[in-house]
Design a protein around this ligand. Structure first.
Ligand code: NCD
Length: 357
């Protein structure tokens, strides 16, 4: 069965098809208004969300389907200690597709093994957020008309920013893309993304700590929130929280056709004054999010019986390899299979959260 756990579960052609469908939905919404009649989407959100959950739910409603869901861990049996696997075993018997957000990295991989229906990862801890990437890609396509030869600046919390990880993995497949990684050293991009999707692919990139210095070279500036909820040390968050603020003054040094994206919510990373600038595209991005989620729901329900895209990682089970990432699903799910894989350099990674073991 097809699922969307990681943006790499979709081929480049499939991403193009989703954008084409989303553009058609935007033009002709009535054509799709009964496409999912009789189908139910479950939104299992064990972490806060406004845009992602509501855009999934309104996407299904606009397709003529229905929705059911939980909007916090505290309102579900997760608060009683129920596992992801048991929750999904049950819920997947009630609905046709599940969108799941979970604070633990790799939780959707557990869900997929226990599900009778397609699973969509709506954000797993600080790991991945592939449907936000679909929104980002549609926005880039609308404003730039291409994904090639773009210099993309990613600014803020590149360590815990799951949207950044998925966007880099998606953009790393296009010709001529360059990355400018703008963060304090403490919040720099993790190796599971930097090594495999930038360095090993020979993509041109630089790592800087100053937004002012980088901004003039960028075609796309992707701002992010410092992910307070992922910090184990609150003092560290307090120290880093105001690292970057994009304001009108900094925008003066940017190209006239640079676009500013942000997955939102913003705290103070972008001054509200920037909203009036034509280059600010983060609200457009939220609208693209709903359209791309509509296109995705249609695709996954249609292709429900097609085989999953083969995972290029060669997984195996090694009970002696214990993942030490405190944010990994293996720390909370009982009797979980210790799946691992080796990368090109023969380094062993946890198959759930990708950390080096
Ligand atoms: C992001 C997320 O949840 O990862 N928001 C979103 O889904 N639109 C970004 C964030 O919370 O900072």
């Amino acid at each position: 069965m097809r699922h969307l756990l990681n943006i790499l579960d979709l081929t480049t052609e499939e991403i193009n098809e989703l954008i084409t469908t989303a553009l058609d939905i935007e033009e002709n919404p009535e054509k799709y208004s009964e496409s999912c009649k009789g189908k139910i989407l479950a939104t299992l959100f064990f972490e806060p969300s406004t845009r992602t959950r509501l855009s999934f739910e309104t996407a299904m409603l606009s397709l003529g389907g229905s929705v059911a869901g939980v909007s916090s861990a505290s309102s579900s049996s997760a608060s009683k200690g129920e596992s992801v696997s048991d929750t999904v075993e049950v819920v997947s018997g009630y609905v046709n597709i599940i969108a799941m957000r979970h604070p633990k990295e790799g939780a959707p991989y557990v869900a997929k093994r226990h599900s009778l229906v397609p699973i969509v990862n709506a954000g797993d801890g600080g790991h991945y957020h592939p449907t936000q990437t679909l929104a980002d890609l549609m926005t880039i396509y609308k404003k730039k008309g291409t994904f090639e030869n773009l210099t993309i600046g990613l600014c803020g919390d590149l360590k815990y920013g799951r949207t950044v990880h998925s966007l880099i993995e998606a953009m790393s497949r296009y010709k001529g893309v360059k990355f400018c990684l703008i963060s304090p050293e403490e919040l720099s991009l993790p190796d599971f993304v930097k090594k495999e999707y930038i360095k090993d692919k020979g993509i041109v990139y630089e790592e800087v700590s100053s937004l002012e210095e980088a901004i003039s070279s960028l075609d796309v500036l992707y701002m992010t929130r410092i992910q307070k909820e992922r910090f184990l040390d609150e003092a560290e968050y307090e120290r880093l929280k105001d690292s970057y603020v994009l304001n009108e003054d900094k925008m003066k040094s940017a190209k006239s056709d640079m676009i500013v994206l942000h997955p939102l919510p913003r705290v103070n990373e972008i001054s509200v004054k920037v909203d009036e600038d034509d280059r600010a595209c983060y609200f457009l991005q939220t609208r693209c999010g709903k359209l791309m989620r509509m296109a995705l729901i249609l695709k996954l329900l249609k292709e429900k019986n097609e085989p999953e895209r083969a995972d290029t990682r060669k997984m195996f089970v090694d009970p002696d390899k214990i993942c030490k990432n405190p944010h990994c699903i293996v720390t909370s799910e009982q009797e979980i299979e210790r799946s691992v894989y080796k990368d090109k350099n023969c380094i062993t990674h946890c198959a759930y959260c990708d950390s080096v073991i």
